[in-house]
Design a protein around this ligand. Sequence first.
Ligand SMILES: NC(=O)c1ccc[n+]([C@@H]2O[C@H](COP(=O)([O-])OP(=O)(O)OC[C@H]3O[C@@H](n4cnc5c(N)ncnc54)[C@H](O)[C@@H]3O)[C@@H](O)[C@H]2O)c1
Length: 318
Amino acid sequence: MRFLITGGAGFLGSHLTDAMLGQGHEVTILDVASDLKVRHQLGNPQFRYVRDSILNREILEGLISWCDVVYHLAAVVGVEHYVGDPYQVLNVNVNGIQAVLQVAFKAQKKVVFSSTSEVYGKSSVVPFREEGDRVLGSTKIDRWCYSTSKAVGEHFCFAFHKLGLPVVVIRYFNVYGPRLDQMDVGRVITIFLGQVLRGEPVTVVGDGKQTRCFTYVDDAIRATVSAGLKEEAVGEIINIGSDEEICIKDLAAVMVRLSGSRSSLTFVPQEAVYGKSYEDIRRRVPDIRRMREILDVSPQVKLEEGLRRTIDWFRSPS
Ligand SMILES: NC(=O)c1ccc[n+]([C@@H]2O[C@H](COP(=O)([O-])OP(=O)(O)OC[C@H]3O[C@@H](n4cnc5c(N)ncnc54)[C@H](O)[C@@H]3O)[C@@H](O)[C@H]2O)c1
């Protein structure tokens, strides 16, 4: 089969590319980023990298008519963007999925949309079930723009589904692994990694009691592949995650221990990092019954094992 993966040069997109090529499929990726994370595939005749924006309609039309299924992963991601550049988050995320769906609808191609656990916002009803309520703060608080942009994307998906387009919405929960972000930037694991590997104090934001369920990339990718191939997934929202819950200060301590670092933990007030209006989410736990039942995928890599692999990779990237 032929797959178009938007955002294919990013963390998840590059792993999805490897998985699809590994299964003998053809893959084209559309991304504005450098080829750093897909460089190892550049000589593969089944692989093509188109370096352009998803907002380039002409390119998008050509690529969607070529493929069988579109995986739409391109997005502006990361807390620093939600609070620092909300315009880009809204522009790329909302207009990107809309463009993909419009073109896919004309060509009648299936779309898998990568949404996020952020959609649930600060709901306290854990575990988060796909049909559960979304609880968000004021639109004056920039951090909600990413959650909102993805929720709008989901609404667009179901509007097109009503018109007859096959769509699948997947919501990722804190996926990590090799090729995540650069050390020291991006998401919590890469920020901690830089500090841990240099033996510097690990800066835990807030009291560190907020919890997350981290998903190892291989598990997330098996579920993603399945979402694009299983007929039963069409028209559904499916959480992709693990139910192994850990609080952030324990995550920091585990990373220090696994890497044999001498780092200590230090706590910094949330306002100092993300500004006064930032609101954190206290517990984030997915209900993964649909992932198990519809996608036939269960998380297999325990957090300590996944962290060990991730630390090893960042020590000597390959
Ligand atoms: N990794 C996670 O834990 C996680 C959690 C929830 C949701 N997601 C979603 O999964 C998808 C992939 O996330 P990721 O972790 O790989 O992030 P990532 O930032 O590594 O990948 C996103 C990619 O989109 C590309 N992109 C941005 N603007 C673009 C544009 N205008 N045109 C083309 N490409 C553009 C970026 O260059 C990047 O390569 C995103 O949609 C994200 O919202 C990821």
